[in-house]
Design a protein around this ligand. Sequence first.
Ligand code: SF4
Ligand code: FES
Length: 368
Amino acid sequence: MTAAPPPPLGLLAELTHRCPLRCPYCSNPTELSRASAELDAATWGRVFREAAALGVLQLHLSGGEPAARRDLPEIVAHAAAAGLYSNLITSGVLLDAERLSTLTKAGLDHVQLSVQDAEETSADRIGGMRGGHARKLRFAEHVHAAGLPLTLNAVVHRQNLDRLPDLIELALTLGAARLEIAHVQYYGWALRNRDALLPSRVQLDAATQTVTAARAAHQGRLVIDYVVPDYHAKRPKACMGGWGRSFIAVSPAGRALPCHAAGSLPGFDFPDVRNASLAEIWNHSEAFQRFRGTGWMPEPCRGCDRREQDWGGCRCQAFALTGDAASTDPACALSPHHHLLDLAVQEAAVAGTDFIYREMKRPSIAEA
Ligand code: SF4
Ligand code: FES
């Protein structure tokens, strides 16, 4: 009998797939859950209590856009009652000062605000929402006025990476304590737009220099998180800190997943939090055990001295690029499929800049 794994540190609660933005790199699955299938606030409350009992410390309230749910204050209150540190991951476009005040009173601890670019016209084009960037800036002012800690999240790619210095300046102007510079991860919707999003090596090298200089210049004022993107890396990242090792995601309809994108992997029966406790799911479900640890690994991972550092990379990326979720992540130069990444970079270098946008009913502020 295998020993019980250490408890997860974080729970990602995907409250809804609804979102007023249409980012071409959206990390939601290509098949979205309907609003009528979403877990209700009371069930989320039960899940939060189970998470806290299991050892989870941090709760990330995400989507889609979590503020598309009218009952978000009730959900936040459940998180506070469970003793979890709550982080609202939001686009900010549905939240005004009054709604934020309701969330603060309910016990919200932290806000993570996404921006699409530092330049308004480009930001609105990438997010697919006219006026969206201006709303985000107003929301950041409300967060600052409310005294909540703010992290700015900037997803970067070929069409905004050259404005990285401006994004860093924006984070400072908005009073963010942390800036996450996140390169697009290419699965789901982002894979469809890969040719329009992949940065060049030249862009990437300039960005790395910018980050190095900014970290030194703003030490003590702004923490900058930055990781070299997979398509230009020689070794993969430990995606989610390893499958089923430190993280649980729960989809809007209640499926428990080892990562937010795993729902699109075939051949899995992901457990439903309505039928099983988080502890049962974490400790005993086949889905969480399938790629946990190193026993599942093929060569070259099996004999590699990095296997307990990167845990073989990302299962979703392995599936997206090779059709086999159990293969070595092609981001690794030792993978027999590594050439696929070089090929994609070459193709993107001569591709256009048009995006394929997803369409879905947009929640309005009034509806939210
Ligand atoms: Fe990581 Fe596997 Fe590559 Fe080794 S061979 S660096 S374990 S992905
Ligand atoms: Fe699913 Fe990396 S995104 S394992």
